[in-house]
Write a protein that binds this ligand. Structure first.
Ligand code: MD3
Ligand code: FE
Length: 211
């Protein structure tokens, strides 16, 4: 926050992955956080577990939109209801639909928004997102709160990777070849944003799930 950053042009951080720094100003970030808090009041953060090992994720999650991503003993999947309350996910806020129109013009409407919350010590190991039936639509990521050290490689786990610091208000559009790229969050840089009173970071990913 605060410090000047280079201009409005998107940077291609991997083939097809466009990083738009400070796409959202402070007021837009605050409005989105208010939307997220209202969603979490209806669909609380839950702690997903790994299918094989039952090990808990350090990231806590919720969703909005018709479908939500969950992980538990039965595996990874999209489903239309919260795993604990069994209630339908809250609808997608209009502001997120507008971001999709702005950054993924022409793509079919998003069906899921995964909400990831990173406490200062949370991380996400290198993985691919391949639980969707449609890989032609991009994934759109919005970062809110503390800066994260994000790593992205290629569609091979052994390929070279590049790291970038995702700040609050940054948007990344993962399309084309990058849609199946390995990626993860190596760490959160605590105390780098004043957006969230509790600290840490929200990441929102808008996704098309069905073909
Ligand atoms: C590259 N989230 O939810 S966002 C995830 O910051 C996830 O919470 C991270 O990886 C986070 O699955 C990274 C950037 C991102 C999101 C989706 C992608 C990069 C991606 C899908 C395909 C390729
Ligand atoms: Fe991912």
């Amino acid at each position: 926050m605060g410090a000047a950053r280079p201009g409005p042009a998107a940077l291609e951080i991997a083939p097809g992955a466009l990083w738009q720094r400070e796409a959202l100003d402070r007021a837009a970030q605050e409005a989105l956080v208010a939307d997220i808090r209202a969603i979490l009041a209806e669909a609380p953060l839950f702690t997903p577990t790994m299918p094989r090992t039952a090990k808990p994720f350090s990231v806590r999650m919720s969703n909005c939109g018709p479908l939500g991503w969950v992980s538990d003993a039965s595996g990874y999947r999209y489903q239309p209801f919260h795993p604990e309350t069994r209630r339908p996910w809250p609808p997608l806020p209009r502001a997120l639909e507008a971001l999709w129109t702005r950054f993924a013009p022409g793509a079919p409407p998003p069906e899921a928004c995964l909400i990831n919350y990173y406490a200062p010590d949370a991380r996400m190991s290198l993985h691919q997102d391949r639980d969707e039936a449609d890989f032609t639509a991009p994934v759109l990521s919005v970062s809110l709160g503390d800066t994260a050290l994000f790593r992205i490689g290629s569609d091979s786990r052994r390929g070279a990777t590049r790291s970038v610091r995702l700040g609050s208000g940054d948007v990344v559009v993962l399309g084309g070849e990058s849609r199946l790229a390995f990626h993860g969050i190596d760490r959160i840089l605590p105390g780098t944003s004043t957006l969230l009173a509790e600290g840490g970071r929200f990441n929102l990913t808008l996704r098309r799930v069905t073909a």
